[in-house]
Ligand binder design. Sequence first.
Ligand code: 3UK
Length: 543
Amino acid sequence: MAVSAHIDTFAREHLPPIEQQPEFIFELPELQFAAQLNCATELLDRHIDQGRGDRVCVRAPGGLLWSYADLQEMANRIANVLVRDMGLVPGNRVLLRAANKPMLVACWFAVMKAGGIAVATMPLLRAKELVQIVEKGRVTHALCDHALRAELDAAATQSPVLTHTVFFDDASLQGLESRMAQQSSHFENVATAADDTCLLAFTSGTTGQPKATMHFHRDVMASCVCFPPHVLRATADDVFIGSPPLAFTFGLGGLTLFPMSVGASTVLVAKASPNDLLEAIPAFGATVLFTAPTSFRAMAAGARDRAISVPLGGTLRKCVSAGEALPAATRALWYDATSIELIDGIGATEMLHIFIAADEDHARPGATGVAVPGYHACVLDDRMQPVPAGTVGRLAVKGPTGCRYLDDARQANYVNGGWNLTGDAYFMDADGYFHYQSRTDDMIVSAGYNIASPEVEETLLTHPAVAECAVIGVADEQRGQIVKAFVVLRPGHATGDALVRELQDFVKARIAPYKYPRAIEFRSALPRTETGKLQRFRLRAPA
Ligand code: 3UK
């Protein structure tokens, strides 16, 4: 039996009731975890213990370079600050707030080492949203980049829960760096149970009250032995880079957990726009890139000009796309520019990371991929019965990780009969490949026809004038709904009725004509979340 190390038992007390939890399965030999498990021991200290302390672990623009031993020393000192200076006891929640930078990784590991629960937050969040997180997660401690302190200070005055905050990149005597200098570089990791919660991840980019997903030390390690070795197959010599914030589990895995699980290095770029990445990839010799479909699309031309991929004489060899459906046109564009086949993967905050994907050799345009080893996936109808191949239904998954919302009635919407229901409409083909259709609530019903917005978007994206687009259903008296497209043009193309008709004819000629956008509106940009997801609901709201 695992013995919890948590003295503060808040997380355990607010797990969903057992009958509402998904079924967890641990079929692979790599998924047999010890009862006591601390993911910092596995991902960080193990490398030093096994003689790899001198290998490069983290780099950042400006010349910063930390070896594994350097990161360990930083994390140990911060863990001592947390415990000795800030009074942290195992099980306490620690808010982390910074752009993607090395100190954030050091703080994250410090929290793991001390048996705390990391609550990483998106840098752009405002006081109001931070208060919601602090209250929901009963967050008592915070480590925050000095540059982002204003909104956190404002949050702290609004919530009595948050009582211990220390800032880093702060030269003052109260700053984290001065406190670290007073502490030992040694720290004995708390012997957490494999099923002690170690992170609360708030779901990204939705409306309404935020949901906090709970993940255990065991879940963090499970995410490292499924997608990374079976699909990504990176090595200790790889250099990871990308755009997703570490507060988004896509970024946490791709830019911290996965590189460190194989002893590789990671490049943390605080500002990772497509242009920033195009400069950083050759500058750091990056080999593995994690970003979202729109970012691959925006980077394609520059990637060709700079010859950033191995086949063209550069360094980049593996590219992972997740966060949103990958249009076949974007896959083709990236391949044309780099000769690299994208690795598409669907993940979710609830599942921690990617559970359906295809590697370069098994990629199929238009399909996300097959269930990642360790996971089972199927498509179910509204009565939770499996549908035949080719029929669209609700995507259902189970595996070593799964949804646990902290104290939230919406648990019953995501988990049903042991399956995690991601809210995505998919069909599975005869070969077990899963094809994304839409979010289950993004289906447009027009004059009795079901129309999946991504299919119309994908078609529009193949038109040379279209830089970006988004398709929604808008209310219509005659048809119930009609298809409306919001289009951002590439430079050099003029808006106007002629282009509207051209785009409409273009769609009609390529997919079933009833799917064409009866309304088209030109925009200079589309509303997106900080994680790069299109916010269709903001397009639905009247301007
Ligand atoms: C959508 C995709 C089609 C899908 C995430 C990788 O995106 C992540 O987590 P979120 O909680 O959103 C989950 C939802 O996003 N989605 C993500 N990837 C794909 N749809 N194809 C894809 N490849 O609707 C899913 O339900 O923000 C992604 C790793 C960790 C993550 N948290």
